[in-house]
Unconditional design. Structure first.
Length: 575
């Protein structure tokens, strides 16, 4: 059948020669026949200079495939003459004559002929042939409608498309265009033929038509694998080059004490950076919490000291927008604070039971609280109870998290188990450990859970679908206290943890390799937090009553010039 009169200009600039699809610089088009295509539809034997059929030192790269994807890349980049020259010099064509004919028929609008050619070049998989034929005939259907040949379009739908017996919903949609061709037809009708060719390319096997940008994909994949294998990669500024293998040094890991914050009067049990990385909140045995502000140069200063709890403060939780903060007293009450003013704006408590954990719903309109009677409660911000779940939902000492979708709640329900509870469907999933669980941390993408165990191990679980153990981290010390760990660094590629031996431990997440054990504290390190906005900033809280801010060695000069406000001091390097 004929072509569409309003074929797009880009298509008019395409020429298909025996060497492939070439963009003509002068914008002209050519429909000259390709020599020999009528007799030879299948790929001819591919000659090779010499006996070498593989390239590369490992002998795993097939020469024919290698040359073809290079030629494909040249054409895609607009270097048509170079691509054609490579095919001619190597004797390795990008496509077989049959594929070239098929592509030319599509671009010329000879769609009936292209369906016939498809069956000669396509594999034996009939489902692929039918799916590809459906796309071609759908194009034919729309082009007929576009030329107001409604009866011919209807015939194509009834006698050619429908017998393929695929995508019945789409067939009904096509029927609606016959009954009411406008205005819906204006939206969904004729795709460009070059676009059709791209869609067909995704259906057909790569041995028939090489996928677009295949070489670029392979190179990107190689670079990503190198980056993920690098144990110290932790900077967006670290450029990756094709000229050499990628490798970072330890200088990308925050391993130098840049600042010591000593405003607390007793052990510091918990620290957590805000989502935007502009603040750090700390909780202490001294019954206070402190909001620290991260300055432009990276130095931290006290913004607000939060007082009012009658018992030690065990944890904090930032609101999704970082405008408010929850602080949880040990089996006492939860307080909600305004970050800008430092004022307590709500007190949450329940008669006869103490609160042991808290977190925010992703929408920021509700909070979730765990109680010492092993129940979990959902409250509006004004303290009105919305929903509660009783029974073995949480322990006396327990972490609490909720997925970003606001549906699945995570808590330690038994000494050896983490419960993943869907509050809408009431479905329950479990992470079962063989040792008592002391704490856990949810990854930013909600796909992984970091679980701290009594036996001095940290386990990484993939919680998509049925939970499965995917990593273990060892080396830190834990005998008496709750020690917390966290994800961190660029793309959360690292695991950090406190330790009772006064050190901060850092592992490479993928390999499990211990890459740093940072000395400096003089008491147990209870909690760590990695700044989500700065992969080079890590905070650690200790029984020695201090918080240490860890960074790169290169950052020392910035910190030396920050004025002290009397509640913390700066280090010139080391510990």
């Amino acid at each position: 059948m004929g072509g569409v009169e309003d074929e797009e200009p880009a298509l008019k600039r395409m020429k298909l020669s025996s060497k492939g699809l070439v963009a003509l610089s002068n914008g002209s088009s050519s429909k000259e026949p390709v020599g020999g295509l009528s007799r030879d539809f299948m790929a001819r034997p591919l000659p090779s200079k010499g006996d070498e059929q593989v390239v590369g030192s490992k002998g795993v790269i097939k020469k024919e495939e290698f040359v073809r994807i290079i030629a494909k890349a040249l054409y895609s980049l607009g270097y048509g003459k170079s691509g054609a020259h490579l095919e001619e010099e190597s004797g390795i064509p990008l496509h077989s004559p049959g594929v070239n004919l098929f592509m030319q028929q599509i671009l010329d609008g000879n769609l009936d002929d292209s369906v016939a050619t498809l069956r000669k070049i396509a594999p034996a998989d009939e489902s692929v042939v039918r799916s590809a034929s459906f796309l071609i005939l759908e194009q034919k259907f729309f082009e007929l409608l576009n030329r107001e040949k409604v009866m011919e379009a209807l015939k194509t739908l009834r006698t050619e498309i429908t017998p393929l017996c695929i995508n019945s919903c789409r067939i009904r949609e096509l029927s609606s265009y016959i009954v009411s061709p406008s205005p819906r037809l204006d939206i969904a009708r004729v795709r460009s033929r070059s676009k059709l060719l791209e869609e067909l390319q995704k259906l057909l096997p790569p041995t028939v038509m090489i996928p677009e940008k295949r070489l670029e994909h392979l190179v990107e994949q190689a670079l990503i694998l190198q980056r993920e294998a690098c144990p110290f990669h932790n900077s967006l500024d670290k450029e990756m080059s094709l000229y050499s293998d990628h490798h970072c040094g330890k200088d990308q890991i925050p391993s130098s004490t840049l600042q010591i914050l000593d405003a607390h009067d007793d052990e510091v049990w918990f620290v957590q950076f805000s989502h935007n990385g502009k603040y750090l909140a700390s909780a202490s045995n001294d019954r206070t919490a402190i909001i620290w502000e991260v300055g432009i140069n990276g130095g931290l200063t006290v913004k607000h000291r939060l007082t009012g709890h009658q018992k030690p403060v065990s944890s904090v939780s930032w609101s999704p927008n970082d405008h408010e903060l929850l602080t949880c007293g040990v089996e006492e009450a939860i307080r909600r604070w305004d970050v800008s003013t430092g004022k307590c704006i709500q007190l949450y408590e329940k008669a006869g039971t103490g609160l042991v954990s808290c977190t925010w719903f992703p929408c920021g309109k509700y909070i979730l609280c765990g109680f010492s009677d092993k129940s979990i409660c959902m409250w509006e911000l004004d303290g009105k109870e919305v929903e509660s779940w009783k029974g073995q939902k949480t322990l006396k000492i327990s972490d609490l998290e909720i997925m970003d979708n606001g549906k699945e709640i995570l808590s330690i329900c038994k000494p050896n188990s983490v419960l993943l509870f869907n509050r809408e469907t009431k479905d329950e999933r479990f992470i079962e450990e063989y040792q008592p669980i002391t704490a856990f941390s949810l990854s930013k993408d909600n796909k992984f859970l970091l679980v701290n165990l009594l036996n001095q191990e940290i386990h990484l679980w993939n919680i998509e679908g049925d939970p499965r153990l995917v990593g273990k981290y060892k080396g830190h010390r834990r005998t008496r206290f709750i020690i917390r760990s966290c994800f961190g660094g660029l793309k959360q590629a690292f695991i950090a943890s406190g330790s009772e031996d006064s050190q901060v431990y850092i592992w490479h997440r993928s390999s499990g390799e211990l890459i740093e054990a940072l000395p400096g504290h003089s008491g147990s390190v209870n909690c760590v937090s990695w700044n989500p906005a700065n992969p080079h900033m890590l905070a650690s809280a200790s029984d020695d009553r201090t918080i240490r801010i860890w960074g790169l060695n290169s950052m020392h000069n910035n910190y030396q010039n920050v004025p002290s406000n009397g509640v913390h001091h700066y280090c010139n390097g080391g510990s």
